[in-house]
Design a protein around this ligand. Structure first.
Ligand SMILES: [Zn+2]
Length: 62
């Protein structure tokens, strides 16, 4: 089973994240955040930027 970052799409192998080779991904894939994207996402949440992005998306739909 692969563990893949849902933001940058890198996969975890031997405790490290790297981009998968073409055709490498198959079977079950668990989505997670790699440490880099987790930090970035946390920063967006803490600064309120993530909420601002969601608000803009909602406004576009309205
Ligand atoms: Zn990532």
């Amino acid at each position: 089973m692969f563990v893949q970052c849902c933001v940058c799409k890198r996969i975890r192998t031997d405790g490290k994240y790297r981009l998968p080779w073409p055709g490498e991904l198959s079977g079950e894939i668990a989505e997670t955040y790699c440490p880099r994207c987790a930090r970035e996402t946390l920063r967006l949440i803490q600064t309120g930027e993530l909420a601002a992005i969601a608000d803009r998306r909602a406004a576009r739909r309205a």
